[in-house]
Design a protein around this ligand. Sequence first.
Ligand SMILES: Cc1cc2nc3c(=O)[nH]c(=O)nc-3n(C[C@H](O)[C@H](O)[C@H](O)COP(=O)(O)OP(=O)(O)OC[C@H]3O[C@@H](n4cnc5c(N)ncnc54)[C@H](O)[C@@H]3O)c2cc1C
Length: 303
Amino acid sequence: MTNEILEQLKAEYPHAVSLNESMQNHTSFRLGGPAAALAIPNTIAELQGILAFCRQHQLPIFVMGNGSNLIVRDGGIRAVVIKISGALSTVVLTEHGIEAEAGISLSALAHAAVEAGLGGLEFAAGIPGSLGGGVIMNAGAYGGEMKDVVAQVMALDYAGQEQYFDNEQLQFGYRQCYLQGRELIIVKVSLHLKEQDPAISRALIADYNQRRRNKQPLQLPSAGSIFKRPPGHYAGQLIEAAGLKGARIGGAEVSPMHAGFIVNVGNATAKDVEGLIHHVQEVVAAKFGVHLETEARLVGEES
Ligand SMILES: Cc1cc2nc3c(=O)[nH]c(=O)nc-3n(C[C@H](O)[C@H](O)[C@H](O)COP(=O)(O)OP(=O)(O)OC[C@H]3O[C@@H](n4cnc5c(N)ncnc54)[C@H](O)[C@@H]3O)c2cc1C
């Protein structure tokens, strides 16, 4: 992956591609080293063109959505990072619900559904991810999850070919989906939703958002819950019971407000966050014999 090739990619897609782009600007944790190249395709055709370029020049690819579940290491990502967020966000009403491009934010999608008199996505209104990232992670909250509403996904493989998956083929589980770790980019999603009075949906969203504000340190950068819920427990409760609220390494802190969150209290590095994750895992394992598995995805190179 030479600089010359990356310059050529930028020259071919000047509005979509930037080089040596800091991932601090593209992750909710506000940390991480640079992407060798960052591509934000505006159309499916442009995405296919970028994929063809990467294939022709054998460039490695990393796909991201809104970066709200990512910890990018301090050495950055030596790949073409394809970001499906911000752009690729059209929404069309269908007979049974909505078909949307994967780059729309879950919040915008949930509100679009409400305005169309469709219910079922209220749980997602406060989750700061993209639709594609929400599907991959089977994002969920307040008793709802993407599994309940996704009817079909259209993805592109790295050769630019369309691949279709229905709900069953997606094999959803707790923060699990068949598409995780595969060379597939979610581009479009069909959602089955039910008719619902917008006033009811708005009240639900207001209630969920209030509960989030009361419980979660939303004013500080983070990746949300850093650990998955271990069977039979809540990660936050175990971490709090282990006396780890407020524990710090560098600029990374176990939130005193919600022990399930690690927050960036100022200039945290990914190394700080990773160090704190390991510390929490060790202490909780020693005290309670429970292994905490990270929900946030660690990617990229150490510096
Ligand atoms: C304050 C806060 C609150 C949160 N609350 C919740 C919550 O209540 N419930 C919950 O489930 N999560 C929550 N999260 C975590 C996060 O928002 C979700 O996991 C979300 O689904 C991630 O979406 P994203 O677009 O940001 O994905 P990213 O973080 O960009 O990526 C996550 C993974 O998905 C892959 N990916 C993303 N987009 C695509 C695509 N189009 N095609 C293929 N692969 C893709 C990436 O490679 C990566 O492996 C929270 C996060 C924060 C910061």
